[in-house]
Design a protein around this ligand. Structure first.
Ligand SMILES: [Mn+2]
Length: 200
Protein backbone atom coordinates (compact mmCIF):
# COMPACT_ATOMS: atom_id res chain seq x y z
CA UNK A 1 0.00 0.00 0.00
CA UNK A 2 1.55 3.29 -0.98
CA UNK A 3 0.91 6.62 0.62
CA UNK A 4 -0.75 7.85 -2.53
CA UNK A 5 -3.59 5.35 -2.82
CA UNK A 6 -5.05 5.31 0.66
CA UNK A 7 -8.28 6.90 -0.46
CA UNK A 8 -11.89 5.83 -0.78
CA UNK A 9 -15.08 7.32 -2.19
CA UNK A 10 -18.46 6.29 -0.87
CA UNK A 11 -21.94 7.15 -2.09
CA UNK A 12 -24.76 6.12 0.16
CA UNK A 13 -28.36 6.65 -0.81
CA UNK A 14 -31.50 5.73 1.06
CA UNK A 15 -35.01 7.17 1.34
CA UNK A 16 -33.70 9.14 4.31
CA UNK A 17 -30.36 10.51 3.15
CA UNK A 18 -27.97 10.89 0.25
CA UNK A 19 -24.33 10.97 1.39
CA UNK A 20 -21.19 11.45 -0.67
CA UNK A 21 -17.88 10.96 1.09
CA UNK A 22 -14.32 11.10 -0.19
CA UNK A 23 -11.58 10.28 2.30
CA UNK A 24 -7.81 10.29 1.96
CA UNK A 25 -5.69 9.08 4.85
CA UNK A 26 -2.63 11.02 3.77
CA UNK A 27 -4.32 14.18 2.59
CA UNK A 28 -4.55 16.99 5.03
CA UNK A 29 -5.72 20.33 3.76
CA UNK A 30 -8.96 22.02 4.63
CA UNK A 31 -11.83 19.55 5.17
CA UNK A 32 -14.99 20.24 3.17
CA UNK A 33 -17.91 19.05 5.25
CA UNK A 34 -21.54 19.94 4.62
CA UNK A 35 -23.89 17.59 6.44
CA UNK A 36 -26.73 20.07 6.82
CA UNK A 37 -26.06 20.12 10.58
CA UNK A 38 -23.68 22.88 11.58
CA UNK A 39 -22.38 21.34 14.78
CA UNK A 40 -21.78 18.00 13.07
CA UNK A 41 -19.80 19.82 10.37
CA UNK A 42 -17.77 21.37 13.16
CA UNK A 43 -17.03 17.99 14.81
CA UNK A 44 -16.24 16.09 11.60
CA UNK A 45 -14.07 18.91 10.23
CA UNK A 46 -12.12 18.88 13.46
CA UNK A 47 -11.80 15.09 13.30
CA UNK A 48 -10.47 15.15 9.74
CA UNK A 49 -8.14 18.09 10.31
CA UNK A 50 -6.49 16.68 13.43
CA UNK A 51 -6.29 13.16 11.99
CA UNK A 52 -4.46 14.57 8.96
CA UNK A 53 -7.19 13.26 6.67
CA UNK A 54 -8.42 14.75 3.43
CA UNK A 55 -12.20 14.75 3.69
CA UNK A 56 -15.06 15.83 1.49
CA UNK A 57 -18.42 14.92 2.95
CA UNK A 58 -21.84 16.05 1.78
CA UNK A 59 -25.24 14.97 2.98
CA UNK A 60 -28.75 15.81 1.82
CA UNK A 61 -30.95 14.31 4.50
CA UNK A 62 -34.43 14.39 5.97
CA UNK A 63 -33.75 17.13 8.48
CA UNK A 64 -37.47 17.87 8.46
CA UNK A 65 -37.76 14.65 10.50
CA UNK A 66 -34.81 15.35 12.78
CA UNK A 67 -31.03 15.12 12.78
CA UNK A 68 -30.79 11.38 13.47
CA UNK A 69 -30.67 9.88 9.96
CA UNK A 70 -28.24 12.46 8.63
CA UNK A 71 -25.90 12.14 11.62
CA UNK A 72 -25.94 8.34 11.52
CA UNK A 73 -25.52 8.00 7.77
CA UNK A 74 -22.66 10.51 7.60
CA UNK A 75 -20.87 8.52 10.30
CA UNK A 76 -21.52 5.23 8.49
CA UNK A 77 -20.23 6.64 5.20
CA UNK A 78 -17.11 8.02 6.86
CA UNK A 79 -16.50 4.73 8.65
CA UNK A 80 -16.99 2.72 5.48
CA UNK A 81 -14.60 5.04 3.65
CA UNK A 82 -12.03 4.53 6.39
CA UNK A 83 -12.47 0.76 6.17
CA UNK A 84 -12.00 0.81 2.40
CA UNK A 85 -9.08 3.24 2.46
CA UNK A 86 -7.28 0.91 4.88
CA UNK A 87 -7.56 -1.99 2.44
CA UNK A 88 -6.01 -5.13 3.93
CA UNK A 89 -4.75 -3.08 6.89
CA UNK A 90 -1.17 -4.03 6.11
CA UNK A 91 1.73 -1.75 6.99
CA UNK A 92 -0.12 0.34 9.56
CA UNK A 93 0.51 1.00 13.24
CA UNK A 94 -2.99 -0.40 14.03
CA UNK A 95 -3.20 1.03 17.59
CA UNK A 96 -3.55 4.61 18.71
CA UNK A 97 -4.22 6.34 22.02
CA UNK A 98 -4.55 10.03 22.69
CA UNK A 99 -5.77 12.67 25.09
CA UNK A 100 -7.13 15.98 23.91
CA UNK A 101 -7.96 18.94 26.12
CA UNK A 102 -10.21 21.80 25.17
CA UNK A 103 -9.83 24.35 27.94
CA UNK A 104 -11.49 22.75 30.98
CA UNK A 105 -12.56 19.59 29.10
CA UNK A 106 -10.34 16.52 28.73
CA UNK A 107 -11.07 13.52 26.52
CA UNK A 108 -9.30 10.23 25.96
CA UNK A 109 -9.60 7.99 22.89
CA UNK A 110 -8.05 4.57 22.32
CA UNK A 111 -8.41 2.81 18.98
CA UNK A 112 -7.51 -0.59 17.56
CA UNK A 113 -8.05 -1.01 13.82
CA UNK A 114 -8.73 -4.64 14.60
CA UNK A 115 -11.23 -5.42 11.87
CA UNK A 116 -13.85 -5.98 14.56
CA UNK A 117 -16.43 -3.32 15.46
CA UNK A 118 -16.56 -2.44 19.16
CA UNK A 119 -17.46 1.05 20.35
CA UNK A 120 -17.39 2.10 24.00
CA UNK A 121 -18.31 5.76 24.29
CA UNK A 122 -18.96 7.76 27.47
CA UNK A 123 -19.29 11.48 26.83
CA UNK A 124 -21.41 12.59 29.78
CA UNK A 125 -23.26 15.29 27.85
CA UNK A 126 -26.11 16.98 29.70
CA UNK A 127 -27.56 19.46 27.21
CA UNK A 128 -30.35 18.22 24.95
CA UNK A 129 -28.93 19.85 21.82
CA UNK A 130 -25.62 21.25 20.61
CA UNK A 131 -26.69 23.59 17.83
CA UNK A 132 -28.70 21.44 15.43
CA UNK A 133 -27.24 18.16 16.71
CA UNK A 134 -28.93 16.19 19.47
CA UNK A 135 -26.44 15.43 22.22
CA UNK A 136 -27.37 11.75 22.07
CA UNK A 137 -26.28 11.74 18.44
CA UNK A 138 -22.75 12.89 19.31
CA UNK A 139 -22.06 9.50 20.87
CA UNK A 140 -24.13 7.78 18.22
CA UNK A 141 -21.89 9.22 15.50
CA UNK A 142 -18.77 7.87 17.19
CA UNK A 143 -20.37 4.45 17.69
CA UNK A 144 -21.59 4.30 14.08
CA UNK A 145 -18.16 5.36 12.84
CA UNK A 146 -16.44 2.59 14.81
CA UNK A 147 -18.90 -0.04 13.65
CA UNK A 148 -18.57 0.87 9.97
CA UNK A 149 -14.79 1.24 10.22
CA UNK A 150 -14.60 -2.09 12.03
CA UNK A 151 -12.44 -0.88 14.87
CA UNK A 152 -12.45 -0.96 18.65
CA UNK A 153 -12.96 2.60 19.82
CA UNK A 154 -13.00 3.62 23.47
CA UNK A 155 -13.82 7.26 24.09
CA UNK A 156 -14.21 8.81 27.53
CA UNK A 157 -14.59 12.45 28.42
CA UNK A 158 -12.77 12.60 31.74
CA UNK A 159 -13.87 16.09 32.77
CA UNK A 160 -15.41 19.25 31.42
CA UNK A 161 -18.16 21.69 32.33
CA UNK A 162 -19.10 22.86 28.83
CA UNK A 163 -20.80 20.31 26.57
CA UNK A 164 -19.54 21.94 23.36
CA UNK A 165 -16.02 21.53 24.75
CA UNK A 166 -16.68 17.96 25.92
CA UNK A 167 -17.92 16.89 22.47
CA UNK A 168 -15.19 18.67 20.56
CA UNK A 169 -12.44 17.33 22.84
CA UNK A 170 -13.79 13.81 22.26
CA UNK A 171 -13.59 14.18 18.47
CA UNK A 172 -10.10 15.68 18.68
CA UNK A 173 -8.92 12.79 20.85
CA UNK A 174 -10.39 10.34 18.34
CA UNK A 175 -8.62 12.21 15.54
CA UNK A 176 -5.24 12.04 17.26
CA UNK A 177 -5.68 8.35 18.07
CA UNK A 178 -6.70 7.57 14.48
CA UNK A 179 -3.75 9.54 13.15
CA UNK A 180 -1.43 7.21 15.09
CA UNK A 181 -3.32 4.06 14.19
CA UNK A 182 -3.38 4.64 10.42
CA UNK A 183 0.26 5.75 10.35
CA UNK A 184 2.33 3.68 8.00
CA UNK A 185 4.57 1.23 9.81
CA UNK A 186 7.08 -1.23 8.41
CA UNK A 187 6.02 -4.83 8.16
CA UNK A 188 2.94 -6.61 6.93
CA UNK A 189 -0.38 -7.00 8.65
CA UNK A 190 0.11 -6.11 12.34
CA UNK A 191 -1.64 -9.16 13.74
CA UNK A 192 -0.44 -12.53 15.03
CA UNK A 193 -3.42 -13.93 13.12
CA UNK A 194 -1.93 -12.56 9.94
CA UNK A 195 -5.11 -10.80 8.84
CA UNK A 196 -7.18 -7.76 9.81
CA UNK A 197 -8.93 -7.36 6.50
CA UNK A 198 -12.36 -8.44 5.36
CA UNK A 199 -11.29 -12.02 4.90
CA UNK A 200 -9.94 -12.21 8.46
MN1 LIG B 1 -15.84 24.46 18.95
Amino acid sequence: MSATNRTASIERSTRETRVRCRLGLDGGGEPKVDTGIGFLDHLLSSLAFHAGFELELECAGDLQVDDHHSAEDCALALGEALDRALGERAGIARFGAAYAPLDEALARAVVDLSGRPWPEVELGLEREMLGGLSSENVGHVLRSLAIAARCALHVDVLRGANDHHRAEAAFKAVALALRQAVAEAPGGVPSTKGSLGRAG
